[in-house]
Design a protein around this ligand. Structure first.
Ligand code: COA
Length: 472
């Protein structure tokens, strides 16, 4: 590890910007059209609006718009950027990396060849790849390879599911750009504690040529929690052995995280996953006795505790009891306190925007910063834990400390203003966009100071070539 005056070199997130498409579907309208109780979306899943891309937008446009904002907000020139990574699972080319499209768009503003020196790739591992990209670029900085330059990591996705499928109520779209450097104003990552878990799984995947994923939703939810828990175990071992954290008797590793950001395919999944992790951690501690007393029932155990995920999901009696137990656990004052203090603010943006796949964890982080700051809390030195999950499947758990200069960035965060005036789609408009019935020239909104897609070539020799323009 590179050191500066004997101290470990810091690396982390200096600034963060978002780009969210201005079209949306309202959860109540959607529920009515699909014959669902609106409360299932609004209360059950925590979805109130789902951002939808216009006909002239693709994930590369979203990423470029988020990059341009962060560059302009920080008055950066291309020379300041040494690496640009794009993480996505909405890729539209099997070979050409999305970051080359993004660089092409940015060069329309900064001049042709302006980013020629800048390396980078597109990374893929469902919703977790952005976390790997952050980790790799943080280590590029720590290793002293950056030579004073910053890295841009952009997570960008369009969460689109088959019409009429149960996944359709967990859609959304958007991009988050993160500027990484060795003097981060927002968050410095804790070194030597990043933990991963990985397993060959088919919970959610998108075969070549298919625009929407094949999803086993309940299986995926449980797998997500199991994999993150495994990564948390490794994080715990690493943070104790590296002496980052000293666990006193009766404490859990989660007690040492002031904030916890979880991957959010929908906002309530964050709460479900937090409850799962907290249960797992508290079960070993003296405080558990009191919790069981408050709930008034023992924690249920599956018929085959060492069985597969399928066998657990198929154990209906256990699943029903576990559901009941979880509901009561999440109502205990002890869990409520953890939830309100560590997680709740990270869910606000997700409710308003929906699923962002790779970007959802980082939209949650951005949301947590803004809404915790608004409470008047001094965030300096607070430890933020991240629980990242990507189907297929891999999880990452890592953490960082909020830096003393955070206020410079956080004081001007304003989600409502950044979302701007949004346009609600009718269900008919939404379905026409969803089924790709409209071309880029038939967009619903007039572009404003943003990149748009103008053409996708259909000729044999240049099929798939995309053309973008920047609209002042
Ligand atoms: N009022 C209030 N709440 C209601 C309700 C109603 N009328 N009807 C259902 N609910 C609640 C359920 O109790 C459940 O809450 P819980 O999880 O706290 O128990 C929630 O709403 C969802 O209902 P459920 O029956 O589980 O929904 P579903 O099986 O139809 O679909 C998903 C939910 C999430 C599985 C589905 O939308 C999906 O697959 N989404 C994609 C997720 C994804 O991409 N995962 C992959 C990577 S993370």
């Amino acid at each position: 590890m590179r050191t500066q005056g004997g101290k470990l070199m810091a690396a982390g997130i200096d600034d963060i910007s978002i780009y969210i498409p201005r079209l949306y579907v309202d959860a109540a309208d959607f529920a009515e059209a699909r014959g669902l109780d609106p409360a299932k979306l609004q209360k059950g899943l925590g979805v109130s609006k789902m951002a939808i891309v216009d006909t002239n937008q693709d994930p590369a446009c979203l990423a470029s718009n988020a990059c341009l904002t962060i560059m302009q907000n920080n008055k950066l020139s291309p020379e300041d950027i040494g690496r640009l990574y794009v993480s996505t699972e909405s890729s539209f080319d099997e070979s050409k990396a999305m970051n080359s499209y993004v660089i092409g768009m940015l060069e329309q503003v900064y001049g042709q060849g302006a980013f020629e020196h800048c390396g980078g790739v597109e990374t893929k591992f469902a919703c977790v790849s952005g976390s790997y990209a952050l980790y790799d670029n943080t280590n590029w900085i720590r290793a002293g390879e950056a030579e004073g330059k910053a890295a841009l990591v952009v997570v960008s996705d369009i969460a689109k599911y088959d019409m009429g499928s149960s996944g359709e109520m967990t859609q959304g779209a958007g991009a988050v750009a993160m500027l990484l450097n060795d003097q981060p104003r927002l968050l410095a990552f804790d070194p030597k504690v990043t933990a991963t878990s990985i397993k060959d799984e088919y919970d959610f995947y998108r075969p070549f040529g298919k625009e929407t994923p094949i999803v086993h939703g309940q299986y995926s939810n449980l797998l997500y929690m199991i994999q993150v828990r495994k990564a948390l175990e490794i994080y715990k071992k690493k943070s104790i052995s590296s002496e980052l954290i000293k666990l006193e008797s009766g404490e859990t590793i989660l007690d040492h995280m002031d904030y916890i950001n979880m991957h959010l395919p929908y906002s309530n999944m964050g709460k479900k996953a937090l409850a799962y992790l907290v249960r797992h951690e508290w079960r070993q501690l003296p405080r558990w006795k009191k919790i069981i007393h408050e709930i008034g029932m023992e924690e249920p155990i599956p018929k085959d505790p060492r069985g597969t995920i399928e066998s657990v999901l198929g154990d209906q009696e256990y699943m029903a009891k576990d559901h009941e137990f979880t509901k009561m656990f999440t109502k205990t004052p002890e869990f409520q306190e953890v939830y309100e203090a560590k997680l709740a603010s990270s869910l606000i943006a997700s409710k308003m925007i929906g699923n962002l796949y790779t970007a959802s964890l980082y939209l949650g982080f951005r949301s947590s910063l803004e809404f915790e700051y608004q409470k008047g809390i001094n965030l300096d030195g607070k430890r933020v834990g991240f629980g990242s999950y990507g189907s297929g499947a891999s999880a990452m758990v890592f953490s960082g400390l909020i830096q003393p200069e955070y206020e410079e960035i956080v004081k001007s965060m304003n989600l409502e203003a950044e979302l701007g005036p949004r346009r609600k789609l009718t269900l008919n408009e939404y379905e026409r966009i969803h089924e790709s019935k409209l071309g880029p020239e038939e967009s619903m909104l007039k572009p404003k100071h943003e990149f748009i897609l103008v053409d996708v070539n259909t000729t044999t020799e240049s099929r798939g070539e995309r053309r973008y323009v920047f609209n002042e």
